[in-house]
Design a protein. Structure first.
Length: 62
């Protein structure tokens, strides 16, 4: 069976992950520091209530 094509980037990433098996764990930890934060439902509801309806034509002078 013919080998499927893999780009240089894909091969590099596979080799890098084999040489550094902890890289995915460190990526998850970094994501947890910046993105995966608990949400406050009361604060989100306040943000939704404070929204102002956009006019159909935003460049109108009135």
């Amino acid at each position: 069976m013919a080998k499927t094509y893999e780009s240089e980037i894909t091969l590099f990433l596979k080799n890098y992950k084999q040489a550094h098996p902890d890289v995915e764990k460190r990526q998850r930890e970094g994501r947890g520091l910046l993105w995966d934060k608990p949400q406050d439902p009361e604060l989100l509801e306040g943000f939704r209530a404070a929204r102002v309806q956009q006019k159909p034509y935003v460049y109108s002078a009135d």
